[in-house]
Design a protein around this ligand. Structure first.
Ligand code: EPU
Length: 337
């Protein structure tokens, strides 16, 4: 039996700390609970959506409908050979608890994704990534249910259409499925990914090269740049890094000293949105209750009880500046509800 609450405050369930309410809130602790809850929602024709760890959403206001939180827990071994261990993980497991668990068992592959806020169920949806690693690199398959039929599905990695902060779950299957479990294939003999930014440099202070120290270094870098949502409401990167034609970088190099970029193909490059926003003078700026983080311009922060609209207004102003100065469109990474 699932638990249902009415007129429910969502403030502690979204890392932006927006004080919004949902007409109904359901916590489903098992696949059976989830199916039962969806059936009830459909019978009553409510609008609804699935909330993961709340680290990538911005509530525009109160939600007139049902918010469903899959609280399915558990980390279970499902396969092991000489090199790999596969873990089946419930969608409701906190992402960083999984990373800590894997690192403590000496299983490599997700240590670079340390301290990312959110739940395991959300990890394949936007293919979370940091410091040169993406969730897709270790996801073996995704399990869940179809909303229409309430039947189970299993999708192998190559069927998930993973891309940069993208997957089939944000496109073709959007609104059609709920993820209940993710199966990760982790390595007993990890290959280290340490060449992103200053990770290699940061690692030196922790000594030996191993996954435990990579985790420590990533945590140190994140803590130095990204605000802790418990102290300052935020949803991590607010925008995606735009993919642009290489000729734009060539133009920019004539005007700016050092233009940071990551090659995507022979013609395309990814520009750090944080750099574009900083160049427009937004870094560290505060407008009333909201602002742009002083250490990382890609992160918008809630200083004190802001509304979703305050954030959206700031986001639009930033987009306009970047468009005006660079002729580049910034796409939001955060889901507006
Ligand atoms: N930069 C600036 N000013 C800023 C921020 C960044 O100039 O205020 C430039 C610097 O040149 C820096 C470069 O951008 O070297 C890259 O910055 P950073 O390493 O902080 O990464 P990012 O591209 O801004 C992405 C992810 C982050 C992830 C980091 C590290 C996106 C949208 N964001 O940010 O993910 O932690 O790389 O891998 O891809 C998130 O998704 O919530 C998130 C925090």
């Amino acid at each position: 039996m699932y638990s249902i609450f009415h007129n429910y405050c969502l403030k502690s369930l979204n890392t932006f700390g927006i004080d919004a309410k949902a007409d109904h809130f359901i916590e489903a602790k098992s696949v059976a609970d989830l199916k039962e809850a969806i059936k009830w929602i459909k019978d009553n024709q409510f609008q609804w959506f699935v909330l993961g760890g709340g680290s990538n959403v911005l509530f525009k206001g109160d939600y007139k409908g049902v918010v469903v939180k899959p609280a399915i827990l558990g980390i279970d071994d499902v396969y092991e050979d000489e090199q790999y261990v596969s873990l089946k993980v419930g969608a409701g497991v906190d992402w960083d608890n999984l990373v800590e668990y894997a690192v403590n068992r000496g299983l490599g592959g997700i240590e670079n994704l340390s301290l990312i806020p959110g739940s395991v169920g959300a990890s394949p949806i936007q293919n979370i990534g940091a410091y040169g690693v993406e969730a897709k690199d270790t996801i073996e398959r995704v399990e869940g249910i179809y909303i229409d039929t309430l039947k189970s599905f299993m999708l192998a990695n190559d069927g998930c259409q993973f891309g940069y902060r993208d997957s089939i779950f944000k496109n073709e299957l959007k609104g059609k499925v709920v993820v209940t479990h993710v199966i990760f294939r982790l390595s007993k003999t990890p290959k280290y990914a340490i060449h992103y930014g200053n990770l290699e440099e940061e690692l030196k202070q922790f000594g030996q090269l191993n996954i435990a120290n990579i985790r420590k270094a990533v945590i140190a870098i994140r803590n130095s740049k990204l605000p802790d949502p418990k102290e300052l409401g935020n949803a991590g990167s607010f925008f995606k890094n735009p993919v642009v034609d290489i000729t734009l970088v060539e133009d920019l190099q004539k005007k700016f000293d050092k233009v940071p970029y990551y090659p995507v193909s022979n013609e395309l490059v990814k520009l750090p949105a944080g750099w574009l926003i900083e160049q427009c003078g937004w870094k560290g700026k505060r407008i009333g209750k909201v602002g742009v983080h002083k250490m990382q311009a890609l992160v918008l922060v809630n200083y004190e009880g802001c509304s979703g609209d305050d954030v959206i207004y700031l986001a639009h102003s930033i987009r306009e500046s970047v468009m005006e100065k660079f002729n580049v469109t910034l796409e939001m990474e955060v889901n507006i509800i």
